[in-house]
Design a binder for this molecule. Structure first.
Ligand code: UP6
Length: 279
């Protein structure tokens, strides 16, 4: 898939509807940038979404680090994501037994399924996490047909990313684990749209999974707590990932809008270059 355009890949009839929508969105909006909204108030979250919304395909959240997360947050996110056209990905990294996951996905003060079209899960509890989340998503969608006003941005679809690799130093994700993620993704193409990974895992001709890669800044390096950074050129151009996830590279900039504009440009150039040279 490294020589295909996002537009070409979006035409694959085997894709889950949300993956199809996302690839088309990336193609049309010409951005493979996901901003990691690691902020602490609803006000700051919504302001960030306004600032970077035109330059992103996905906004990634950690709802559990927002002090005042609530209805206002959800309504605001829905409104701005519809208007500026990006998807919401709650980076929950689910990692429990299926039954608990279903409750964590649908209940409590976060009720993630109601507002995030993408979530992620680790596969270490075993493959039952996939049908458990798929099932909970299906039931939530049915239940919500009665109150259309509450629905997230169209299309009201839900999909999963498997946490196949991590960016942090000394992480315990083995190559065998990563391969198991690919195996189970292939078995569950109707719900698994791709991976959080450091490189594309697509291997067979009909693998068309979307890879999203965190640990990205304009120059390689790291932080004092194990985070490791690669450049957009390396991640998209060499590792054949599809989407760069950028947090502090943009959040710490004086002008976040400008920083997002720059990352979008770098990510898109790396993609164009890769497709061009692979043809
Ligand atoms: N994240 C990683 N590495 C992973 C998976 N997820 O950094 O392997 C998440 C973090 C954070 C963001 O939870 O929200 O991506 C990276 O932020 P940063 O760009 O500020 O380092």
């Amino acid at each position: 898939s490294s020589s295909k355009t996002y537009g070409e890949r979006s035409e694959d009839p085997d894709l889950t509807p949300l993956a199809q929508y996302l690839l088309r969105l990336i193609h049309l909006k010409q951005t493979n940038l996901c901003v990691s909204a690691d902020v602490h108030t609803t006000l700051e979250l919504l302001q960030l979404a306004e600032d970077v919304g035109d330059y992103i395909c996905v906004l990634k959240t950690h709802a559990d680090i927002i002090d005042d997360f609530g209805d206002k947050t959800i309504r605001g996110l829905n409104e701005v994501s519809r208007r500026k056209k990006f998807l919401i990905f709650e980076d929950r990294k689910f990692g429990d037994i299926g039954s608990t996951l279903q409750h964590q996905y649908t209940r409590g003060p976060l009720a993630i399924v109601k507002w995030a079209s993408i979530v992620n899960a680790a596969l270490f509890p075993g493959p039952a996490v996939i049908p458990a989340l798929a099932d909970a998503a299906r039931r939530a969608i049915l239940a919500h047909n009665t109150s259309m006003a509450e629905l997230g941005p169209p299309p009201y679809f839900r999909a999963l990313l498997l946490l196949a690799q991590m960016s942090s130093a000394g992480n315990l994700f083995t190559p065998e684990y990563t391969q198991q993620c690919l195996h189970h993704a292939r078995q569950n193409k109707n719900f698994v749209m791709g991976f959080i990974a450091q490189q594309s895992l697509n291997k067979e001709a009909d693998d068309n999974f979307i890879t999203m890669t965190p640990g990205v800044q304009l120059s390689a390096g790291g932080d004092s707590m194990g985070q490791q950074y690669n450049t957009p050129q390396k991640v998209i151009g060499e590792q054949c990932s599809d989407i760069i996830i950028v947090g502090r590279g943009i959040l710490a900039a004086r002008d976040r809008r400008r920083a997002a504009h720059e990352y979008r440009k770098q990510g898109w150039l790396a993609y164009q270059e890769r497709v061009r040279s692979a043809r």
